[in-house]
Design a protein around this ligand. Structure first.
Ligand SMILES: C[S@@+](CC[C@H](N)C(=O)[O-])C[C@H]1O[C@@H](n2cnc3c(N)ncnc32)[C@H](O)[C@@H]1O
Length: 233
């Protein structure tokens, strides 16, 4: 289905043991509106529903011993098959601290997918063999969380706001941090003066060329100080 401004919708399918974790994050603000406008669809799949015994068990102790429980490959695959669409534009991603670090560039690539299936690990993680059935393994940073649910939220939020119509004005995305390898210029709003801190005069001048020049200079300065690695890239 295409929306009224002819931009493909994305369907996110989240495979998780804890679907309720997502309730508050996706039922507010911009992501809620994106769903209401039909630009983004978020589907929660409870891994527990695929457990086969009477306790609906989805995990097991790791072979060879060790602490914690591992999510079973057969159960994960069953849940994956239940949602996977046969399409080149369907991507299956395992959230994992061992994956490639997520960034804006990856988010932009993912934006053109029609379906993104996110597998959230939990406890000690997932049976390694699930990696034969995924397209990508993505980490949100070099630290270990209790589960893949927060990483899934991070990815969905970042990708969704790149879809046309999700964030108000097109320019607000174009001028953002990481665009053109720069941090965004400093911004100010009311009050004009606050505890002796004043708004730069140029922003009040009404001279759009001067304002633009100032913003580019400030972006460069900020990036040089805070993220010189971006300028090198
Ligand atoms: C406690 S972690 C498992 C860590 C695993 N035992 C290891 O040492 O690599 C449980 C789950 O949280 C998720 N997770 C934890 N940290 C993450 C990160 N930085 N990025 C993405 N997912 C993460 C993954 O889905 C993982 O399977």
């Amino acid at each position: 289905m295409k929306n009224e401004i002819n931009i493909p919708n994305i369907q996110f399918d989240i495979i998780t043991l804890f679907p309720q974790i997502f309730d508050s994050v996706f039922s507010q603000s911009i992501i809620l509106k994106a769903q209401e406008k039909g630009l983004v669809k978020i589907n929660l799949i409870n891994l527990r529903d695929f457990g086969e015994d009477r306790h609906k068990t989805v995990d097991a102790k790791p072979y060879g011993g060790g602490s914690g429980m591992v999510l079973r490959v057969d159960i994960l695959l069953k849940s994956l098959k239940s949602v996977k669409k046969i399409s080149k534009k369907s991507k299956t991603i395992l959230l994992s601290p061992q994956g490639k670090t997520f960034n804006q560039k990856t988010a932009k690539k993912l934006k053109s997918s029609e379906q993104i299936i996110l597998i959230c690990g939990h406890y000690e993680g997932v049976d390694e063999r699930i990696k034969n059935f995924i397209d990508d393994e993505i980490s949100i940073g070099d630290y270990v969380l209790t589960g893949g649910e927060i990483p899934a939220m991070v990815l969905i939020d970042t990708v969704s706001r790149l879809i046309g119509g999700v964030v108000g004005k097109k320019n607000s995305i174009k001028e953002e941090t990481f665009e053109r390898s720069l941090l965004k210029y400093p911004q100010y709003a009311k009050p004009l003066e606050f505890e002796g801190l004043i708004v730069p005069k140029v922003l009040l001048s009404g001279n759009h060329q001067e304002i633009e020049k100032w913003r580019v200079t400030q972006s460069l300065k900020k990036t040089k100080i805070l993220r010189p690695d971006l300028l090198k890239a």
